[in-house]
Design a protein around this ligand. Sequence first.
Ligand code: ADP
Ligand code: ADP
Length: 237
Amino acid sequence: MQYKMQAKNLNLYYGSKQALFNISLDVPSNKVVALIGPSGCGKSTFLKTLNRMNDLIDSVHIDGDIFLDGNDIYAPDTDIVYLRKRVGMVFQRPNPFPMSIYENIAYGPRIHGTRNKNQLNEIVEKSLRNAALWDEVKDRLNDSAMGMSGGQQQRLCIARVLAVEPEVILMDEPCSALDPISTMKIEELVAELKKNYTIVMVTHNMQQAARVSDYTAFFLNGKLIEHDITDVIFTNP
Ligand code: ADP
Ligand code: ADP
């Protein structure tokens, strides 16, 4: 099988404190991999190694490798801006920019060089459609994103990631700040998105992992203690 991403013997330290211990995990293309485990076990830390978000913390030291399409993303010549475009991230709390709905989506493509107004309009519409948000917001694209509901804001954040054409989408407990209906909408969206993207999602909710993921990886105390096809994990307790 061709893996979209692979971690190999990954260790991560916050200063002298080791937070990840020899993690090896394969992420197949067009699947959803759920990372589960109790609070503080390293799920979020591991997730952020997949697009080098941890580099933003000075004390972090990593050894081991992470491959994207077979290339080591920690190689010295890695273009980190391009890496983060390819491997996008959605956070626990919806974090729209304090700008219009339109500008939230157009911002990323502009940074990556798209200036043409018609092209930007197309990207905005397509991204919002693919995030199952277009019908709800098409008549108020110039309204501030801050006036949207939490669930809408989270779908906007997903649309913002889609707008820069990622290959992998990392999600860090994307539903934990949302109500049950909004959670259901995000779960349905994830099922739809995996047709075109590879998704790695942190959740502390076992039922959610069982509902949305193809593979489940259990973390405990910084170690990957079990990983398998989700159906296997949840039918053979
Ligand atoms: P989880 O996502 O499973 O709740 P985290 O990855 O957030 O766990 O945390 C794993 C461990 O690393 C915890 O002990 C946490 O306190 C520690 N940790 C997380 N972020 C930092 C940081 N920026 N500096 C130091 N320690 C951290
Ligand atoms: P979450 O529940 O989203 O993992 P946390 O409250 O664990 O959030 O962490 C919030 C932020 O604080 C994260 O950016 C994390 O990296 C950082 N953090 C967590 N634990 C520590 C720690 N022991 N020392 C320094 N920063 C930490």
